[in-house]
Design a protein around this ligand. Structure first.
Ligand SMILES: *Cc1c(COP(=O)(O)O)cnc(C)c1O
Length: 369
C-alpha cells in the first residue's frame, strides 16, 4: 500500500461544481485582485472566527509581517517567539528590523512555554507571537496574563490552526491580531499563495488595509509606505467554497487522530499528541515522537508511507539566525523534540485502513512486529 502525506482530491470533488461556476464568473468579470468575492470571503472568515475584521493578504508570512507593521514594530524592538516553529514566524520580525527573541516550548504541547516568558521580557519587548503548532492553541490564559501585565501585544501565528478553539473562542481571535496562511497544504488551503489578518481592533484593520495596498487611502492618496500584498479573487472563490466544509473536515481529522492514538498507544517509545483541556486540536499536522527517528523515517518511506519532519532544526540553530549568537543547548526541549518528532500522513478523507497501515509500518520500523 502507498499512503501519501496528503491527498486533497476528495476535497476538490466536494467543491468542484461550485468552483466551475463561480470561477467562470470571475474570469468574465476579470476583477482578479480584491474583487467582490474577496471582500465576501473576508467577511465570511471574520464571522467564522468570531471577530469584527479580516483583511486578505498574499500569504501567511505577509499576514504576520503586516500585523507587526500595524503595531509599528521596527528597528530596536524585540518580539518573542518559540524557537520550535516554521521559519516564517521569525522572518516576519526580521523584515521589520526588530529582533526575534526565542523561548523554549512545553514538552507536552510543543507550544511556547509561558513560564519562560518573563525571563526574556525587556523594555524593548513589543509583542509575543504564540504559534498554535500543529493545530492546538497555545496556553493563551497564561500568555495573556503576562502580556497584559507587561503591556505587550499578542500576534497569534494561527497558520496551522484554522478553526481550532480555546475556551470556546477560535484561534486567531485570542490575542490582538490573528494571522493565517492559506498555503495549499494548510487545513484551509487556496490554489496558490494566500493569507489573512483578523482583529477586533478598528485601527489595526484600517492600518493593515492600507499596508497591503501601497499604503493607500482612497485611490491616489498614500498615507504610509505600504506594500503590494492582496488577496486574489480566484483564491477567495476557492477559500469560500472550502470554508463551508472546514468544521466538518476538521472533525474528520479529529476522528482519524483518535484512531491513530488508539493504534499507537501500545508501541513502546512512541509519544502521541496530548490535547490539553479547554482546547480543540484540529490536527493540521499529526506529529508523534519516536526513538531513532531518522531510521524509522527511512524504513517507513521504504514501506510506501510518506512522512515528513516539522521541524528538524529549531530557528535558533538555523544558519539564517546565526547572528543571534545562539548555540546548541540554549533551548534543550526544542532541540530534543526536533530530533524525535515525525509527522504522519493526515488529511480529512484518509481511510482507517490507511491509518492502520501507517501504524503497522511504524510498529515494524520501531522494531516490534
Ligand atoms: C505556513 C506557515 C507560515 C507561513 O505561511 P505562508 O502562507 O507559507 O507564508 C507561518 N507560520 C506557520 C506556523 C506556518 O505553518
Amino acid at each position: 500500500m502507498k499512503v501519501p502525506f496528503i491527498d486533497f482530491s476528495e476535497q476538490y470533488e466536494a467543491i468542484k461544481t461550485r468552483l466551475d461556476k463561480d470561477l467562470k464568473k470571475v474570469f468574465v468579470k476579470a476583477d482578479f485582485i480584491m474583487g467582490d468575492e474577496a471582500k465576501a470571503f473576508e467577511q465570511e472568515f471574520a464571522k467564522f472566527c468570531g471577530v469584527k475584521y479580516a483583511v486578505g493578504v498574499n500569504s501567511g508570512t505577509d499576514a504576520l509581517y503586516m500585523a507587526l507593521g500595524a503595531l509599528d514594530i521596527t528597528v530596536g524592538d524585540e518580539v518573542i517567539i518559540p524557537t520550535f516553529t516554521f521559519i516564517a514566524t521569525a522572518l516576519c520580525i526580521s523584515y521589520t528590523g526588530a529582533k526575534p527573541v526565542f523561548v523554549d516550548i512545553e514538552e507536552e504541547t510543543y507550544n511556547i512555554d509561558p513560564k519562560k516568558l518573563e525571563a526574556v521580557i525587556t523594555d524593548r519587548t513589543r509583542a509575543i507571537i504564540p504559534v498554535h503548532l500543529y493545530g492546538q492553541p497555545a496556553n493563551m490564559d497564561e500568555i495573556r496574563a503576562i502580556a497584559k501585565k507587561r503591556n505587550i501585544m499578542i500576534v497569534e501565528d494561527a497558520c496551522q490552526a484554522h478553526g481550532a478553539t480555546y475556551k470556546g473562542k477560535r484561534a486567531g481571535a485570542l490575542g490582538d491580531i490573528g494571522c493565517f496562511s492559506f498555503y495549499p497544504t494548510k487545513s484551509l488551503g487556496a490554489f496558490g499563495d494566500a493569507g489573512i489578518v483578523i482583529t477586533d481592533r478598528e485601527d489595526i484593520n484600517e492600518k493593515v488595509r492600507m499596508l497591503r495596498d501601497y499604503g493607500r487611502k482612497g485611490r491616489y492618496e498614500h498615507k504610509i509606505k505600504g506594500y503590494n500584498s492582496r488577496l486574489d479573487t480566484i483564491q477567495a472563490v476557492v477559500l469560500s467554497a472550502k470554508l463551508k466544509y472546514l468544521d466538518q473536515w476538521n472533525a474528520m481529522r479529529g476522528q482519524l487522530a483518535a484512531y491513530y492514538c488508539e493504534l499507537l498507544k501500545d508501541i513502546p517509545g512512541v509519544v502521541v499528541p496530548t490535547i490539553k483541556s479547554h482546547r480543540t486540536h484540529v490536527f493540521q499536522t499529526f506529529a508523534v515522537r519516536v526513538p531513532n527517528r531518522n531510521v524509522v523515517m527511512e524504513k517507513m518511506q521504504e514501506k510506501g508511507v510518506s512522512v515528513l519532519i516539522h521541524y528538524p532544526i529549531p530557528i535558533h540553530l538555523q544558519e539564517a539566525y546565526a547572528d543571534t549568537g545562539h548555540k546548541k543547548g540554549d533551548f534543550p526541549i526544542s532541540e530534543r523534540i526536533s530530533d524525535e518528532i515525525l509527522s504522519l500522513p493526515m488529511y480529512p478523507h484518509m481511510t482507517k485502513k490507511q491509518v492502520k497501515y501507517v501504524c503497522d509500518s511504524l510498529k515494524e520500523a520501531c522494531g516490534k512486529k
